[in-house]
Design a binder for this molecule. Structure first.
Ligand code: OGA
Ligand code: NI
Length: 348
């Protein structure tokens, strides 16, 4: 047994039975979740049935997706083609990973955001002042063969479950990208080819029970830097989305996945679709697990608005940049209300 006084890297290993959170986790008044005032999202975050995408009603589904991207930046999908067993196996293997003994989990620990496989805590613990109530495992998932050897080898169910889930999510991401392209009146394959060499990153967010959830966040308000995010949740709610200036709570219906517009889609669509603020809150009663997939361009891909979406009425909003440059700024900046995109605005 390691000495119990040794330094703890991960929240799960020092979050104790104390009725108080450690003082360095306490957010200042004015930067707290105010959980009582948050209503459920209801119709504001629509549920879209994707079974119609491959048939004569494709256009209707494409229109629904386009409206949701434009109005909410968030939607849920059902009948998305990923079998329930694949979702369950991924959630079970992820839970099993976070239940491993500390010494086994720590083999994967790193606070270097450039590493392609790593277990860490909060957001960017090396640079931020106020930590958040989260541990997370991040994996690069495409192409799987290039990364699977780095993935955790414990529990034994992890690699096969994550590989299977990642390849299903990639197929879903590609179907969504073609529907989103069409909804912008672009060629079906536009976004797929605009991403260059695709990349797919997955996070497994583990939010331990929190004795004082009103004083901290699982993840503070932020916008996702990638193109689209596809989120699986374990049935425990915690995701909140900014809608008309108010936070709304998104239900975590089993089998449904949540999709959101990221910063790169805002750039590629020249602002037709916007990346929306969201956050994760924690709770007293139960731990929570969520698995976002961040679908992105390769780091060398130059990202810019589609020519078809730039005209006199819609001048180009952002300067060209490479996605590698963008993500570096995102990780260094820390999670905050202001979008990292502000750094790339075209001057008036
Ligand atoms: C994220 C995120 C929300 C959640 O990981 O970027 O927004 O519900 N997660 O865990
Ligand atoms: Ni996010």
């Amino acid at each position: 047994m390691a000495a119990s006084s040794s330094f703890k890297f991960l929240l799960a290993d020092f979050a104790s039975d104390s009725p108080f959170i450690p003082s360095n986790y306490i957010r200042p008044a004015g930067d707290r979740p105010e959980l009582d005032g948050v209503e459920n999202s209801g119709e504001a975050i629509p549920v879209i049935d994707l079974s119609g995408l491959n048939g004569p009603h494709r256009h209707k589904v494409v229109t629904e997706i386009g409206m949701a991207c434009k109005n909410a930046g968030f939607f849920k999908v059902k009948k998305h083609g990923i079998p329930k067993e694949v979702l369950h196996r991924m959630l079970d293997a992820s839970k099993a990973f976070f239940l491993l003994p500390e010494s086994v989990r720590l083999k994967n620990y790193s606070d270097d955001p450039t590493k392609s496989t790593r277990l860490s805590t909060s957001f960017n613990i090396a640079t931020e002042k106020l930590p958040s109530w989260r541990d997370y495992l991040r994996l690069h998932c495409h192409p799987i063969e290039a990364f699977i050897n780095e993935w955790p080898s414990q529990p034994p169910s992890f690699k096969p479950a994550a590989a299977d889930y990642a390849s299903h999510v990639r197929r879903l991401a590609l179907r969504l990208l073609s529907a989103i392209s069409e909804s912008l009146s672009l060629k079906s394959g536009y976004l797929e080819s605009a991403l260059g060499r695709h990349a797919q990153h997955m996070a497994i967010n583990y939010y331990p029970q929190c004795p004082q959830p009103e004083l901290t966040y699982g993840l503070p308000a932020h916008k996702d830097p990638n193109v689209i995010t596809i989120l699986m949740q374990d049935g425990v709610t915690g995701l909140q989305v900014m809608r008309d200036g108010k936070w709304v709570a998104v239900e975590a219906e089993a089998g449904e996945l949540v999709v959101n517009v990221g910063d790169q889609l805002q750039v590629l669509s020249n602002g037709r679709y916007t990346s929306v603020l969201h956050r994760a809150v924690v709770n007293k009663d139960i731990e929570r697990l969520s698995v976002p997939t961040f679908y992105c361009p390769g780091p060398e891909t130059v990202v810019e608005a589609a020519e078809e979406l730039v005209d006199e009425e819609h001048p180009r909003l952002y300067k060209k940049f490479t996605y590698g440059d963008y993500s570096e700024k995102f990780w260094k900046g820390g999670l905050r209300m202001e979008s990292c995109l502000d750094l790339f605005r075209e001057s008036e």
